[in-house]
Design a protein around this ligand. Structure first.
Ligand SMILES: [Cu+2]
Length: 474
């Protein structure tokens, strides 16, 4: 069976959309006025999450994250039943390189949960392998060594059957790892260094948060840190904005104001080698992009919208708005060199990952096979440099795919034979490949043996089989 949501939401498919009956995309006229009020953009201020409080024990920062159903306010005047870590949408954990973190996850959800630190270089037992699910009522301890370079990561579910639902229903935490070298750079800090977790969701006017694995989210709202299309009052100075896409399927193609310039400074694995002046930013599911925006270019009183340039019929492009409300001192700057990226060297192993959709079975496949927890797809020796080709064979269906290997970041070597642009010159952990195209990456696994996952991060595809497992051996 053809999974309509996978095709439509992730597809490029204006043509496919045009064939969708109008009723699927249309409004409910009787409630139009209430809907208009509840859905007016820029009605609610952005929420800035305060970091979760750690217990300091020995050399460790210790947290408890309880996954549970919670009632939160999303639509003004209504409550929404969602799934959260510690009762919050978009909570924040701040970690420092060299200071390991222990998290006790307590699962109070009615579904199993397997917590995964996306982008984390962590041992197998703490990676959230689907075989290590925490059952309802259970708990488990996770060890994050934090030996890697600073970057913006996020925490989400990786359980067998309920990951897509658990992520969609709200369990997504930002894990912000700083490191001493990065701290020495004069980039914006403190209140001027802001996490923006973005996603789409279908939220009814009465607050009902709708999970429909087979449906098409008509007229979704864009949530930033759990707030629908918020406004954010900023000073006329530079801000570091850490954008995290926690959507199940939504790609954002972002632009600021009238296509104004900003500075791209970091991606999945942290800082780029050098800043890149940009006007458009792609943010695919699970990816992170960091930019510095200099709001001193706008007079106080300006309102600057962040919009996504790819929308479906019935959607509006507004994601959030920056309201420049005051002057401020600005000692920050963006240095010309951020963090050198050393080439991984000559690969000694090559692998192919062909991503395809089977209209006969409705499954999404890697190398012709759906996920099988009893199959190890390949073994990698720690320390080897590997060259991976990710080939999207779905030209016919127009479906983009991504590949996200756990455990290590990688370098993009080329796309369709062309070297990557400067915004892909840093360390990545998720690479998106459009229909009919291919990308090559270099990757080197280190330190930890055992089973790890690799998969497409469009959650509908992952659910329908687009995942495999690799075993790390010495
Ligand atoms: Cu995919």
């Amino acid at each position: 069976m053809l999974n309509r949501r996978s095709l439509l939401k992730a597809g490029t498919a204006a043509g496919v959309l045009a064939a969708v009956p109008a009723g699927l995309l249309g409004a409910r006229p009787g409630r139009a006025a209430a809907a208009a009020a509840a859905r007016a953009p820029f009605a609610v201020p952005l929420r800035i999450p305060r970091p979760q409080r750690a217990l300091r024990m020995g050399g460790y920062d210790v947290y408890r994250l309880t996954t549970r159903e919670s009632d939160v306010s999303i639509v003004p005047g209504a409550t929404s039943r969602v799934r959260t870590f510690n009762g919050q949408l978009s909570p924040l954990i701040r970690a420092q390189r060299g200071r390991p973190v222990l998290i006790e996850q307590v699962n109070e959800l009615p579904e199993p949960f397997s917590m995964h630190l996306h982008g984390g270089h962590v041992p197998h037992h703490s990676d959230g392998h689907p075989n290590n699910e925490v059952e309802p009522g259970g708990r488990r301890l996770f060890h994050y060594p934090n030996t890697q370079a600073g970057s913006t990561m996020w925490v989400h579910d990786h359980s067998h059957d309920t990951h897509a639902e658990n992520i969609y229903m709200g369990t997504a935490a930002t894990y912000l790892l700083t490191d001493p070298e990065e701290d020495e750079l004069p980039l914006p800090k403190g209140q001027y260094d802001v996490v923006l977790q973005m996603r789409d969701a279908k939220v009814e006017d009465d607050g009902t948060f709708v999970w429909d694995p087979n449906g098409f989210n008509d007229r979704p709202v864009f949530l930033v840190n759990g707030v629908p299309t918020p406004y954010f009052e900023v000073a006329a100075r530079k801000y570091r904005l850490r954008l995290v896409n926690t959507s199940n399927e939504r790609a954002f193609v972002l632009r600021l104001g009238e296509g104004d310039e900003f500075t791209h400074i970091a991606t999945d694995g942290g800082l780029l080698p050098a800043p890149v002046p940009s006007r458009v930013l792609q943010l695919w599911p699970a990816e992170r992009q960091e930019i510095v925006v200099d709001f001193s270019r706008y007079p106080v009183g300006s309102k600057v919208e962040l919009q996504t340039m790819v929308t479906y019929p019935g959607e509006t492009p507004e994601v959030m708005r920056f309201d420049v409300v005051r002057e401020a001192e600005d000692p920050s700057s963006v240095p010309e060199v951020l963090r050198p990226v050393e080439d991984l060297g000559t690969p000694t192993v090559e692998r192919m990952f062909e991503m395809s959709f089977s209209p006969e079975t409705g499954q999404h496949l890697i190398n012709g096979k759906p996920f099988d927890v009893n199959r190890v797809d390949f073994r990698s020796r720690l320390g080897d440099v590997e060259l991976w080709t990710i080939r999207n064979k779905d030209a016919e269906f127009g479906i983009p795919h991504s590949l996200h290997p756990h455990l290590a970041h990688f370098q993009v070597v080329d796309r369709n034979g062309q070297p990557p642009g400067p915004s892909e010159a840093g360390w990545k952990d998720t690479v998106t490949v459009r229909a009919g195209e291919e990308a090559r990456i270099k990757i080197q696994f280190t330190d930890y043996t055992g089973l790890f996952m690799f998969h497409c991060h469009l959650m509908g595809h992952l659910t329908m089989g687009m995942m495999g497992q690799m075993e790390m051996v010495r």
